[in-house]
Design a protein around this ligand. Structure first.
Ligand code: IMP
Length: 177
């Protein structure tokens, strides 16, 4: 596989990701057996993970999207979050599974969880592909976690820097300029 010149090191290759995503899908299917699920895909970063994870889930599932933008420096959030695109349907009574790309400080998800709670869903759980535990500001419990990663800026498999690199099939550490 050719490695993008802006990638310092591949952390998770395609096969490793696919294996783990299949495991997460099987676990979610088991936990929600007999229920119906509303997957809430957080745009933009989680669209690749969500596309793979959803196809590994075999319970009745609706898919909704929410767009979030968190302000901060180019590689870190301030915790000030804006909803750029909201869910079109009421979530009250739904078993909601948030699908996120990465939990870094946890500030974005803290905002989202508090916001969703006001919509009175039956339950809220969280699936995140990645977690940077060293950076945790908010204590975030991740119900379905793909991988723990070191405190480095990562790109690929949906994750971007300045809107780029989302289409890389692997997760890699970005070279510092
Ligand atoms: P938070 O710090 O947990 O609030 O993370 C906010 C958002 O920043 C995440 O949902 C990602 O979209 C983005 N983010 C955090 N760390 C990285 C990274 O290493 N690469 C790409 N995006 C990141």
């Amino acid at each position: 596989m050719t490695v993008h010149p802006d990638v310092k090191e591949i952390l998770l290759d395609e096969k490793t990701i696919a294996r783990r995503v299949a495991e997460l899908g099987a676990q979610i299917s088991k936990d929600y057996a007999g229920k119906s699920l509303t997957a809430l895909v957080v745009l933009k970063g989680s669209f690749v993970f969500a596309a793979d994870l959803l196809r590994a889930i075999d319970v009745q599932t609706k898919v909704e999207f929410i767009g979030l933008r968190s302000y901060g420096s180019r590689t870190s959030t301030s915790g000030v979050v804006e909803i750029t695109m909201d869910v079109k349907y009421p979530l009250n009574g739904h078993d909601v599974l948030i699908i996120e790309d990465i939990v870094d400080t946890g500030l974005t998800l803290d905002y989202l969880k508090n916001n969703l709670a006001t919509r009175k869903p039956a339950s809220i759980k969280l699936a995140s592909l990645l977690h940077k535990p060293e950076r945790g500001v908010k204590d975030m419990s991740i119900d379905y976690l793909g991988f723990t990663v070191p405190n480095e800026f990562v790109i690929g498999y949906g994750l971007d820097f300045d809107g780029r690199y989302r289409n890389l099939p692997y997760v890699g550490i970005m070279k510092t300029p």
